[in-house]
Design a protein around this ligand. Structure first.
Ligand code: FES
Length: 337
């Protein structure tokens, strides 16, 4: 389902967004506060705030949105955020390419609409991976765009569970298919920017392929959907060298500070702080969105995953608190820097 938010006129400036950014929504479900981030599928040019929420089995928020939420409901929405975009550039004729899997199409749709509408000679090539024709979301919107931009938008549909006797487009996207695609249909060196959105395995397969073809890292932009949970990543780690030792943690936020202690190597700083009644910013809890970013002023942490911070930010001491496991006795984290 596509949810459209009616943003009051006095908040429109605060809620202005870039193509590819997301909104974080929060609702109470059975007494529990549930927060999820959804990419905006509308374009900033539309003056509309829309997200597509696909119901996933046992997905708390998506089931609530699809079965309980109704027109006229009021829910908490955080300001748009995210780094999955490049600025619109009307002075260049850029060739863009995107890879999307399933609901990974949502930010990509916004990105396609925005660049094609704003840049007169830009072109877009989209590889869109789904299980079957019936499961393709936002297909009508994509086809409508194709009708508007006949010469500038090309869409290649890959189906993983439905066979059409076209070997290139049937089954999982892999390196071999990418090679064929670029050999036969797409001139790789003429592409300027690449956007990839979907599950981890697909993103890194495409990214590694492009890097091996000498595409620079700066040209590759990705947004992870469905990361494997932090609990799984934590379980794979060995913190026996520090476990049993206490970490005294100081959090600075909004000009105030507070302290609590947890066992080193036991859990991430964000969850521990939230359990201690802190009101800190977070959204994905998967190391993707950067909402929980803070500066490590003192101490040592081990980051389970980082899909959001740039190298220079890490060097400057920034951490994703949802991924930061304390591994020293004293830790000071500043959310105000
Ligand atoms: S909450 Fe998204 S990176 Fe930590």
């Amino acid at each position: 389902m596509v949810v459209t938010f009616d943003v009051p006129a006095n908040l429109k400036k605060q809620f202005s967004f870039k193509q590819g950014q997301y909104l974080t929504l929060e609702v109470e479900i059975d007494g529990e506060t549930v927060r999820r981030s959804y990419s905006l599928c509308s374009s900033p040019l539309d003056d509309a705030w829309q997200v597509a929420i696909k119901q996933i089995p046992s997905g708390k928020f998506s089931t609530y949105a699809n079965e309980v939420m109704k027109e006229g409901d009021i829910i908490d929405v955080m300001q748009p955020d995210g780094r999955f975009y490049v600025d619109v550039d009307t002075s260049q004729d850029k060739n863009y390419m995107a890879f999307a899997a399933g609901s990974g199409i949502t930010p990509i749709l916004s990105i396609i609409k925005t660049h094609l509408a704003s840049e007169a000679n830009a072109t877009f090539k989209l590889c869109y991976i789904n299980k079957s024709v019936a499961s393709i979301i936002l297909k009508e919107e994509l086809e409508a765009l194709k009708n508007i931009y006949l010469d500038r938008l090309e869409i290649y549909y890959f189906l993983t569970k439905e066979y059409r006797n076209i070997p290139l487009f049937d089954g999982r996207l892999d390196e071999e298919k990418l090679s064929t695609l670029f050999d036969k249909f797409i001139d790789l060196p003429s592409m300027d920017e690449f956007f990839i959105c979907g599950p981890e395995a697909m993103i890194f397969m495409v990214q590694d392929f492009l890097l091996a073809k000498e595409v620079s890292k700066k040209q590759i932009h990705f947004e992870l959907f469905n990361t494997s949970g932090s609990a799984d990543k934590l379980a794979e780690k060995d913190y026996s060298a520090v476990s049993g030792n206490e970490a005294e943690i100081t959090i600075m936020d909004g000009g105030k500070s507070f302290n609590f202690s947890i066992e080193q190597g036991s859990q991430n700083i964000l969850d521990a702080a939230l359990a201690n009644q802190a009101d800190l910013p977070f959204a994905c809890k998967g190391g993707v969105c950067c909402t929980c970013r803070a500066k490590l002023v003192e101490g040592k942490v081990d980051m389970l995953a980082n899909y959001a911070l740039e190298e220079d930010e890490v060097e400057a001491g920034y951490i994703l608190t949802c991924q930061a496991i304390p591994i020293s006795e004293k830790i000071v984290v500043d959310f105000d820097q």
